[in-house]
Write a protein that binds this ligand. Structure first.
Ligand SMILES: Nc1ncnc2c1ncn2[C@@H]1O[C@H](COP(=O)(O)OP(=O)(O)OP(=O)(O)O)[C@@H](O)[C@H]1O
Ligand SMILES: [Mg+2]
Length: 242
């Protein structure tokens, strides 16, 4: 499958959602105290629930706390107060090893600037989550091939990130974020650095991931991206406003 065979438009879900809760924030607060005299109230009491198979957009002005919330759900950081649960486990109650395990096994992340490792081939980048989980080599090769085929870039398996287009890098990033079948895929402006056709392809791929039962939480400034989601959460000044 190449870019031309991926339909340019993603459409909203037509099937009912599963009942399984994948991630939850309960009155989550995040203060940053390291930037100056006054603490920055990046999140000011956020509560939300994300269910399996749901694709949710997080929108709001720059600085309103979208990436902060993704970092908390992604187990990159812990809330100052309140609770973040992933797969039913409260992140603040876990030690570092358990938190790392939860992040590696249950979370996938797609960034605006792809964040592929430049010294690794596309195939090596995509296989990395499985290497970290100590999956046997032969199984990794087979799963990487299937993942690259599903996003339409198998012919780029042995290329380095610098040798492929931005749209192809983002498709590799989606393959990497989903190859270990995480419960939730966190996407921070995944179309922000792409032209509209590549952006539409990325949305279509994320929609496909959600239809396989994985949850997607996507921070975005793009109305097109928000429009293909099942639900839009609006934030302002560290709070959910709608
Ligand atoms: N590591 C940090 N240290 C101090 N302050 C931070 C840190 N990270 C974020 N902030 C602040 O927290 C607030 C929320 O930032 P965040 O990155 O979550 O916003 P955002 O909604 O993702 O914005 P954008 O749309 O520009 O990506 C901002 O005021 C930001 O300056
Ligand atoms: Mg951000």
């Amino acid at each position: 499958m190449d870019s031309e065979t991926i339909a340019p438009f993603a459409t909203k879900r037509t099937t009912p959602l599963a009942a399984t809760m994948t991630a939850r924030a309960i009155d989550a607060v995040k203060f940053y105290t390291d930037a100056g005299d006054e603490p920055v109230h990046a999140l000011d009491g956020v509560s939300l629930e994300i269910r399996a198979g749901e694709m949710v957009a997080l929108v709001g002005p720059s600085g309103c706390g979208k990436s902060t919330l993704l970092n908390l759900i992604g187990c990159v950081d812990l809330p100052t107060r309140g609770t973040i649960e992933v797969d039913g486990r409260a992140t603040s109650s876990l030690d570092d090893d358990a938190l790392t395990g939860l992040r590696r096994e249950r979370i996938g992340t797609v960034f605006q600037f792809f964040n592929l490792l430049p010294a690794m081939t596309i195939a090596e980048n995509v296989g990395l989550p499985l290497v970290l989980q100590r999956v046997p080599r032969g199984e990794i090769d087979a799963r990487v091939r299937a993942a690259l085929e599903s996003v339409g870039i198998y012919e780029k398996a042995n290329a380095y990130p610098s040798q492929v287009s931005g749209g192809q890098m983002q498709r590799a990033a989606i393959a990497r974020a989903t190859i270990h079948k995480p419960a939730i895929v966190l996407a921070d402006e995944p179309t922000g650095n792409l032209d509209s056709t590549s952006g539409a392809n990325v949305l279509r791929l994320l929609r496909d991931v959600a239809s396989n039962g994985q949850a997607i939480l996507m921070a975005t400034h793009s109305m097109d991206a928000a429009a293909v989601c099942d639900r839009v959460i609006r934030m302002q000044d560290g709070k959910i406003v709608a």
